[in-house]
Design a protein around this ligand. Structure first.
Ligand SMILES: [Mn+2]
Length: 337
């Protein structure tokens, strides 16, 4: 039994207008959990709205169809109205208020009740009800488990099941990470029993690359990948760095480098991968690791980030060159037991 599920159920039945939010640059788990929860609450007859800081990558955008979702970056006034009219805010798939970008002040000043459902480590204490399970594969799995424990799975239909499938699939790297348990597969089985076409969901998520996107990946792997173990065998690390000019050369769109960092980990013997990208807002970093190498604390301590044990994000206020030399001077710490 998840602690706080009783208070979650209570708060759900005592509230009238729900507002669902998730983190900026929303990934499959963010989009999936937000849209699934929208449909689940709708099916229970609730009034509910969805707000995202910005739009997701095109290959997962269709999962928001039918939710009347608003993006803060393109519609700030209407979003602010939604915050004013809601009496219960439900945050999904983020552990810190800073993860929602420009929506931050609206969460802080929100006058109703707050719920947070999330699986990242060390969640901030800003919600009235916190459902946190850092061992859970995805926020989508956690949403399913909450509804199961509240005895409300009758609200699950093919539309919500399709969205939950999206988040579980993407956050588990298609069911390959250690976070996948028999429970995960049992949940997937029940989603399929709801009538989803799971092979079509896979096609939609993974077979929607543009030529630019594939060529950017090809370029990144052939020209911009550095393997540290070639010169220092005790450092089984690879990193890819992409400047703004390089991203622009391939008409970079949000989501185009999604999963690129995992490619580094697919190289034989490599235990940690880092993707460093120069974006408009500064240097963005993604860390991935496996086995006994954990990137979460490293990203938190040195690169203003965090996330999961094997998958974390971060950013650097420095230039690309300075960021890389800092990374190289610190990276051995990943291998100190
Ligand atoms: Mn997630």
């Amino acid at each position: 039994m998840l602690p706080s599920v009783t208070s979650l159920k209570q708060l759900l039945s005592n509230s009238h207008r729900f507002l669902i939010i998730t983190h900026k640059s929303p990934d499959g788990d963010a989009v999936g959990s937000a849209s699934a929860l929208y449909f689940l609450l709708k099916n229970l007859g609730c009034q509910v709205e969805v707000v995202l800081p910005d739009s997701p990558a095109p290959n997962i955008a269709s999962f928001l169809d039918g939710t009347d979702c608003l993006f803060y970056d393109s519609n700030p006034q209407l979003v602010e109205q939604r915050f004013k009219s809601a009496d219960c805010l439900i945050g999904l798939d983020f552990n810190a208020v800073s993860r929602v970008g420009d929506l931050q002040h609206l969460i802080v000043n929100f006058e109703g009740k707050r719920i947070l459902i999330d699986h990242h480590t060390e969640p901030e204490d800003f919600a009235d009800v916190l459902i946190s399970d850092v061992k859970c594969s995805s926020t989508c799995q956690l949403v399913y488990e909450c509804f199961e424990e509240m005895g409300m799975l009758h609200a699950l239909d093919a539309r919500s099941a399709r969205c939950l499938y999206l988040g579980i699939t993407t956050d588990t790297g298609s069911f390959r990470f250690p976070s996948v348990t028999s429970k995960t597969h049992k949940i997937i089985a029940s989603l399929i029993e709801c009538g989803i076409d799971q092979w079509l969901i896979h096609q939609e998520i993974f077979d929607n690359n543009s030529m630019d996107q594939l060529q950017l990946r090809g370029f990144a792997i052939s020209e911009k990948l550095v393997l540290l173990n070639r010169s220092t065998p005790s450092l089984p690390v690879g990193y890819i760095w992409l400047t703004r000019t390089e991203l622009e050369r391939f008409n970079y769109q949000p989501g185009d480098t999604e999963g690129l960092v995992n490619t580094i980990l697919s190289i034989e013997g490599i235990k940690a991968g880092v993707l460093i990208q120069e974006k408009k807002e500064g240097i963005k970093m993604s860390f991935r690791s496996k086995d006994d190498v954990h990137v979460n604390q490293f990203a938190k301590k040195y690169f203003n980030g965090g996330g999961h044990v094997y998958a974390a994000g971060g950013h650097s206020p420095d230039s690309m060159d300075v960021t890389i030399s800092r990374l190289l001077s610190l990276i051995h710490e990943l291998f100190i037991p």
